[in-house]
Design a protein around this ligand. Structure first.
Ligand SMILES: NC(=O)c1ccc[n+]([C@@H]2O[C@H](COP(=O)([O-])OP(=O)(O)OC[C@H]3O[C@@H](n4cnc5c(N)ncnc54)[C@H](O)[C@@H]3O)[C@@H](O)[C@H]2O)c1
Ligand SMILES: [Zn+2]
Length: 378
């Protein structure tokens, strides 16, 4: 793995996308290098920082200072925290502010925040003046290991999440792991579900490393950086193979079909955060795989033990306010975009680190499996 050569030196993970290739820079304090890195990439560019009010209060001064240190003038757009900003109204606010700040084709948008800001600012950058470059400065664990990498940008429609968007790659990602020190513990845990996902889907050795080092990942320091770097490298590799999700990229959806149904049934609310839903969804996908003799039940149980040890939900009874009804879940699973000719596509596994795309799952099997889970005593 791309271990740092010296303590304090950031890890750089390249995303190999030809003319659209870029680096992910990961390290404690990496934000301080943002201006210098940008000045090298885009000499003479000015910047507009898009952020949310919570992140602005905590980290905007440092971001602004990092740009100023390299002589980069910056303006700011601050949106309300929360998913509601990924809306047409939020997009309008950001686009109008970017245009008012005279951000031109040669300038750059800096997305400073979690996945909400990253998706919104990235999409605004894709459409303002038919496209200006943007940099991701992710400030949540979820954003550092997932949403800031790979170029999916979007806002939500009244018909559902992420339905209006574009594939639009950033020119740089700077993941400063120290910014996670201010993240509420529940948000950190939720992001950790996506870290564990990388081990579960494709790297058993990484999963074993996480089992041994989970405490240090939560505590910060070198283990946290390593976990983020391995996660980013895995996502970068998958994205480089399949940028537009016509194949392998779907593996990143491990736990997401089940998880999304629970998340949607909870109304995308604080009852169940995305990462919590993914943890529950991965537990279900692995147990489903084991019930269908694809993998040993002991391995599914081992995965669930680790997620539970990290403080994440693995059982349907753990959904705050109780789990949704079976029909509601099946409806939501049926609406998932991965349905083809009455068969369901799930990401299943042949073991820890061995996920695969199963395009032909019988909805009846899913229904009886979920019925059993819903009937289990807490
Ligand atoms: N583009 C992709 O590939 C991709 C992948 C996964 C998720 N997403 C999207 O990401 C979004 C979720 O992202 P998220 O979980 O980062 O949520 P978020 O952006 O809403 O951040 C969660 C909360 O943490 C706060 N916060 C952010 N950084 C902080 C910090 N350093 N200290 C303290 N508070 C901080 C935010 O203000 C917010 O209230 C969803 O909209 C989802 O659709 C996109
Ligand atoms: Zn996810």
């Amino acid at each position: 793995m791309t271990a740092p050569l010296r303590p304090g030196e950031p890890v750089v993970v390249p995303v190999a996308l030809g003319a659209r290739a870029y680096d992910i820079v990961i390290g404690r304090g990496a934000l301080a290098s943002l201006g210098a890195r940008l000045a090298a990439l885009k000499p003479g560019a000015k910047a507009a920082i898009v952020t949310d009010a919570t992140v602005a209060a905590l980290h905007l001064p440092a971001a602004r200072a990092a740009l100023a240190a390299a002589g980069i003038a910056s303006s700011e757009v601050v949106v309300a925290p929360g998913e509601a900003s990924k809306s047409f109204a939020g997009l309008e606010q950001v686009c109008e502010a970017l245009i008012a700040a005279r951000i031109e084709r040669g300038d750059v948008v800096v997305a400073l925040g979690g996945g909400v800001v990253g998706d919104l600012a990235g999409f605004a950058a894709a459409v303002v003046r038919r496209g200006v470059d943007y940099v991701q400065v992710p400030t949540t664990l979820l954003a550092q290991v997932d949403s800031s990498v790979g170029g999916k940008t979007a806002i939500d429609s009244r018909h559902g999440k992420n339905l209006v968007g574009a594939f639009y790659q950033p020119v740089l990602v700077v993941a400063d792991t120290a910014l996670l020190d201010t993240l509420p513990p529940r948000e950190f845990r939720a992001g950790y579900a996506e870290v564990a996902k990388y081990g579960l889907l494709g790297d058993a050795a990484f999963f074993a490393w996480l089992e041994a080092n989970v405490r240090d990942v939560f505590a910060g320091g070198a283990a946290r950086e390593h976990a983020i770097a391995v996660s980013c490298r895995m996502k970068a590799d998958i994205v480089a193979r399949d940028e537009r999700e016509t194949g392998d990229r779907a593996l990143l959806n491990l736990g997401h079909t089940f998880g999304h149904a629970f998340e949607a049934a909870a109304g995308f609310s604080g009852r169940l955060l995305h990462g919590e839903a993914v943890s529950l969804g991965m537990s279900l996908a692995l147990e489903f795989s084991a019930r269908h003799q694809l993998m040993p039940m002991a391995e599914a149980e081992r995965a669930m033990r680790h997620l539970a040890a990290a403080g994440l939900p693995t059982r349907v009874s753990q959904v705050e306010g109780g789990p949704p009804a079976l029909d509601v879940l099946m409806d939501l699973i049926g609406q998932d975009k991965k349905v083809k000719r009455g068969r369901l596509t799930f990401i299943l596994a042949r073991g820890i680190g061995r996920a695969f795309i199963a395009p032909d799952v019988d909805p009846g099997d899913v229904r009886s499996f979920l019925a059993g889970k819903l009937a289990e005593r807490p």
